[in-house]
Every structure is written in structure tokens, then in C-alpha cells.
Design a protein around this ligand. Structure first.
Ligand code: 5GP
Ligand code: ZN
Length: 182
């Protein structure tokens, strides 16, 4: 089982402002240099990690970077991404994934506290058919409040007889095949 260890460092608004980070962005910042990891040459989020494209960052660890979505569904809508380039989450080894999402709980808590939101949706569009537009793995943290008007089309269905058991077996078999069932 992968172990997750990261310490978040809280930074004051003044410290953040002196680094050009303002507003919500000052809430959580782990001060590390920008990643020198290799990246997809045409990848927007790799360019953001490398500092080639500006972003309103809120978190910077060895493995993860978080910044405000440029077109927010609500104020404080944040994107948490791996510094290393992966197109989809299923490309990631457990340790890589663990180190990226390790700050997620703290980030959610800070976003809620900063925005006054009651709740958050964590959304991860994985692949084009799932709505992924930027092909670098990212987790949306979307602040929610009771009457914010945001919603999802959630056309829930029902399994036919024995279908769930068949799907269960197929998923378990696929997990065993890849050796990723631990
Ligand atoms: P996806 O649909 O791929 O899950 O979401 C990609 C997200 O990236 C969108 O919510 C979009 O607003 C955001 N985004 C696209 N380009 C930029 C950018 O240049 N800067 C920032 N901060 N966010 C971006
Ligand atoms: Zn990338």
C-alpha cells in the first residue's frame, strides 16, 4: 500500500502577496521550486507547472500543483494536478497518484473555509468521452452551496438480472490481470 506523506505549510497573505499570489491563493502554499520534470511539449497544464503560462496557484508540493480554474463554476473552483504529465488517471502508478492526492483533503477544507462553501464536488473527467478537455490529469474541486444552481445530468439506470454480478466478475478479472487489485 502506498504511503502518503506531505506537510502543508500555511503562508500569510503578506508572504503570498509578495510572491504575487493573492486572494484565495494565499491560503495554502507549500513553497517549493517549480517542477523541472519533463512535460508534454504542447500540454497547457505542463506549461502552467513549468511557469511558462501564468496561473493563480494555491498549492505547490514536490508532486502536485493546484491553481484556480480560469473559468470557475464557482469562486474558488480549483484544479489539483500532478506535476508530471499523465493524460489519464489509469496511467498513474499507485505511489504517483497517492502523492498527488495527498493534499486533497487539506485543499478541500481550505477552499470551503475561504469561500464559505458548505460542500465541494471532486470531479475528475477521465478521457474525452467523460468530458476531459485538457489532457493532463486533474481533479476539480468545486465549491457548492445549497442553491447555487449547479447540477449534473445523472440519468441513473438499473441493472438487469445478474448483470451486476457479471460486471463485478469482469472488473475483478481485469484487476487481477493487471495486478492492480491490491
Ligand atoms: P476538463 O474539462 O478537462 O476536466 O477541465 C479543464 C479545466 O481547465 C476547465 O474547467 C477549464 O476552465 C480549465 N482551464 C483551461 N485552460 C486553462 C488555463 O489556461 N488556466 C486555468 N487556470 N484553467 C484552465
Ligand atoms: Zn501535461
Amino acid at each position: 500500500m502506498a504511503q502518503c506523506k506531505t506537510t502543508l505549510r500555511l503562508e500569510s497573505a503578506e508572504q503570498s502577496a509578495s510572491r504575487g499570489v493573492t486572494g484565495l491563493a494565499h491560503l495554502i502554499v507549500r513553497v517549493y521550486g517549480r517542477s523541472q520534470l519533463p512535460h508534454g511539449s504542447d500540454c497547457l497544464f505542463c506549461k502552467i507547472v513549468a511557469g511558462e503560462i501564468p496561473s493563480t496557484s494555491v498549492l505547490d508540493t514536490d508532486h502536485a500543483f493546484a491553481f484556480l480554474d480560469i473559468n470557475p463554476l464557482a469562486a474558488g473552483h480549483t484544479l489539483l494536478i500532478p506535476k508530471r504529465h499523465y493524460t489519464t488517471i489509469d496511467e498513474m502508478a499507485p505511489d504517483d497518484l497517492c502523492s498527488v492526492i495527498e493534499p486533497l483533503a487539506g485543499l478541500v477544507s481550505a477552499v470551503k473555509s475561504a469561500t464559505g462553501a458548505e460542500a465541494c464536488n471532486i470531479l475528475q473527467n477521465n478521457g474525452t468521452a467523460a468530458g476531459q478537455v485538457v489532457m493532463h490529469v486533474h481533479f476539480h474541486i468545486i465549491p457548492r452551496s445549497p442553491r447555487d444552481g449547479l447540477g449534473f445530468r445523472w440519468n441513473a439506470g438499473k441493472y438487469s438480472e445478474h448483470q451486476a454480478e457479471q460486471v463485478q466478475q469482469d472488473i475483478r478479472a481485469a484487476m487481477n490481470k493487471t495486478g492492480r487489485n491490491k
